[in-house]
Design a binder for this molecule. Structure first.
Ligand SMILES: [Zn+2]
Ligand SMILES: [Zn+2]
Length: 326
């Protein structure tokens, strides 16, 4: 099969090669990949600053495809994976939440399991979810991780019964978080310095701000940080009200931070690691009902994947970057 391989880390680009599929997992389900979303995490892995999968490796943690080998009831069906595979034994796994496995999860296209930047791939039997009728492969690819993460973040934000939510970062996760919150009837503002992304949101009627100074005037009591930009996170702490809450979705690194403000305002931090299987199912259903806005998709064929990575890196993708395999 054709695949875009990571052959070393860090690496400036992926190598398109013909390779064999790895050995299948027990009761593995083979899919013919139709499309696969590209995520900021792919850039971080390539830069050597994130997960360190064994090489060579095929990234792509937002695949959608048709089942070509597996149980009878799934044959030919369009599926997406719930991307985490855990030990199956620990409390988290037994509660159906492999994301938080104490042994450390395997993650499709990120760590341990080859992903969707290839013509074919294996899924563990616990992974596939059937894509609802009417949801296109491109839309499904835009939701596998970004949509599940956004649904999880929005769910946690709504628990606080917020007056207004500030979403930092208008990339696919921030976009979808805002979209789900608006659908649930909550006021939301998105802070996004990239004009392409900000304009795409504004065109759909979302409140947006460019600079965090403007964000200061929106009186949000929950912040969802999808930006991974340390300055944005630190600035948000300044203007969050007493008992405000910050949901940390993006991974930023803050070398030194004075936590006095956190104590004085009794702020709450809560991390958000992707989404549960139920989040992915829920967001696919919302897309099927056209209840939420989905980011516009820009697609590249597999052999142009390095152009897609470059466009993403240089901020030229307004919505979601997706690789198509067929
Ligand atoms: Zn991702
Ligand atoms: Zn486990």
């Amino acid at each position: 099969m054709k695949a875009a391989l990571v052959t070393r880390l860090p690496a400036p680009s992926l190598e398109i090669q013909s390779v064999g599929l790895p050995e299948p997992p027990l009761d593995g389900i083979e899919i013919a990949v139709e499309a696969c979303g590209v995520c900021g995490t792919d850039l971080h892995i390539l830069s050597g600053a994130s997960y360190q999968p064994a090489l060579p490796f095929v990234m792509g943690h937002e695949p959608v495809g048709l089942v070509t080998q597996g149980p009878e009831d799934l044959m030919g069906r369009r599926v997406v994976p719930s991307i985490f595979v855990g030990c199956g034994q620990c409390d988290a796994c037994r509660a159906g939440d492999e994301r938080l496995c104490v042994e450390g999860s395997l993650v499709t296209g990120v760590l341990g399991l080859w992903g969707g930047f290839a013509e074919k791939m294996w899924l563990h039997p616990s992974q596939p979810l059937v894509v609802p009728e009417g949801v296109s492969p491109l839309t499904a690819a835009a939701l596998v991780d970004a949509g599940a993460t956004a649904h999880h973040a929005a769910r946690l934000a709504l628990v606080r019964e917020p007056q207004r939510v500030m979403v930092l970062g208008g990339g696919p996760v921030g976009f979808l978080t805002a979209s789900i919150l608006r659908f649930r009837g909550t006021d939301v503002t998105v802070a996004e310095p990239n004009a392409l992304r900000r304009d795409a949101l504004a065109a759909l009627g979302y409140d947006t701000v460019n600079h965090l100074d403007e964000a200061n005037t929106t009186r949000s009591d929950v912040v969802v940080d999808c930006s991974g930009v340390p300055e944005a996170f630190v600035a948000a702490l300044d203007w969050l009200p007493t008992h405000g809450c910050c949901l940390i979705v993006g991974y930023s690194e803050i070398p030194v931070m004075n936590l006095a403000i956190v104590a004085r305002k009794e702020l709450t931090f809560r991390g958000v690691r992707s989404g549960r299987r139920e989040d992915l199912m829920a967001v696919l259903e919302l897309a099927q009902r056209q209840a939420i806005d989905v980011p516009s998709v820009t697609a590249w064929p597999l052999h142009d994947i390095n152009a897609a990575l470059l466009a993403l890196k240089s901020g030229q993708v307004a919505g979601k970057a997706v690789i198509t395999l067929t």
